[in-house]
Design a protein around this ligand. Sequence first.
Ligand code: MSP
Length: 657
Amino acid sequence: MRVGMTEKPFYVTTPIYYVNDKPHLGHAYTTVAADAKARFHRLRGEAARMLTGTDEHGQKLEQAAREAGMDPLPFADQNSQHFRDLWEKLNIRYDDYIRTTEERHKSGVQTLWRLVQAAGDIYKDEYEGKYCVSCENFLTDLQLADGKCPDCGKPVEAVREESYFFRLSKFQKPLLEHYARNPDFIQPDTRRNEIVRFVEGGLRDLSVSRTSFEWGIPVPDDPAHVIYVWFDALSNYATAAGFGKGNGFPADTPWPADQHFIGKDILRFHAVYWPAFLMSAGLPLPRQVFSHGWWTIEGQKMSKSLGNAVDPHWLIEEYGVDAFRYFIMREIPFGADGDFSHGQLIDRINSDLANDLGNLLHRTLNMVKRYRKGRISHASDAADLPAEKEFAAAVAASAASYEKQMESTNLQAGLRSAWEAISAANRYIDASAPWALAKEGPEARLDTVLYHAAAAMRVVAAMISPVMPGTAENIAAQLGLAGDWTGAPFAELMDLYGLPGELETKLGEPLFPRIEEDARAKLEEKVAARIAEGDEDGSGKKAEEDNGRAGLITFEDFQQVELRVARIEAAERIPKSKNLLKVEVSLGAERRTVVAGIAKHYAPEELIGRTVVVVANLEPAKLMGVESQGMLLAAEGADGLKLVGVEGDVPPGAKVR
Ligand code: MSP
């Protein structure tokens, strides 16, 4: 870097959230991840800039405001504030908050439109097709799933209106070339492959304006059209970086973004449309789009009632902000889908946070207090004995892997590396037995051991600070470190011997009290109550989902279950399982493996050749290490389970209706 030039900050973004909805776990997840990544870069001494905000235009918002009996803008004002409130509670350190109703954004979007138009990539025509208001997405009949939106499952609208189109088809080749030249542009790799296949399949021009409602940014020189909400929304990353004040970006812009954090549901918009708009306008592309997975709640798809049981505000109150942040970053690999379960969260609090981390700090500072009146004093800055050498090497190894993992956004693995250092420290203390040294000496060795244990705590605090900033500060305060301790060079923060030789420690309360059995039971009751409350929140939403008749489903709902006749070709017990059999069935054209809980009711041999009914479109699930690709139907009688079969001669594969 040349003197006088400022370094371009590492620029991280979250999606801008729709303000028709209250912030939920999914929003919190993306935002905590982006915050953790930005904090990691700051910890390394780099400038980092984090952007979040709200997506406030479009048909969905206009409808939601109308339903609430409000005008769109005051409605958006009110709901945008809910997101800000949550980010404050969640300790999110963002540098800018963009709202698409702001002037700086609107003028930027119109500038981008003009550039794309000047490039000859916008033309007027008529759009005829389907539209999913919930996803704000145009769909063809072929894309529909049973007449509904393939992504969110909601009903779609038929739309026929004059529309401007963007020549997306023209960008098929340039996009594929870009993906090939920049293998990290879309992460994780599985998602990149999906997008590459999608683009290879051909791109249709994209409708980029609407005329049947008004809540949006007018198309320049043609105000009967509002700009398509995704063209508008995606531009936020650039308009927040100053784009549109003139004809391009200002000199000190953080653009291009280094990472767009998003969920997998909105990858296509970010990895196909957004780079195509930018290419058309001749602007630099973001460096990476990182798409994370989706949470299920207690094994089920997130819904209104289940959402209530994972309301981030409530989770923060019950478990504390850092336990919540830790859990969502630690529980699943960033990029994969995962399940949010209160039981798992409590287990992690008890084992990782209370037992491993909390206990390490507490036992260390407790000994410093008892044996040394709270003072750490250590003269030598070199590794003292083989035990210390080995310990320092273990901490250095975990610090190295921590940096590598965090750098490549493996946030879960980054935390695991921090826990390797914690385990090494707990082992080091056990092996060096300071309590024995306190009784029998030698005195100098006791100082050495206490110093090394405390020194590990400082490295650990630095490592966890991006994910658990409050806890890291608490640890630093208990260690007696100065307020600006994270300002030290990163290499020093990761170095055991970066701890000053003389310190006045202040033992505090345990960081994370264990959640004992009775508290756990109470929490489980509260979760159940919240799920029930979410079902009857008086919004009428649930009743609508049930078609007004509790418990009944529509014929279309029933048709979503694909039942087929199958013939059992083979069956065997699953080792170590009392209940499960691995059953191979023929569905005519294909063979499937199904794991069935019938081992207590049928011997494998008696199953061969039977005709049964399977649920053929059930999401695959792994049971005892075997992937089950369907489910056998059975009914419970007085003498156990009985498989459902079919009378007469029906070939395998036949549909059951
Ligand atoms: N407004 C658009 C984004 C525009 S960005 C230019 C939008 N907003 S949203 O409010 O629906 O928020 C979407 C974010 O929440 C996505 O990143 C999405 O993946 C995430 N989640 C919503 N439900 C989720 C889960 N159940 N699990 C994890 N994340 C999920 O889309």
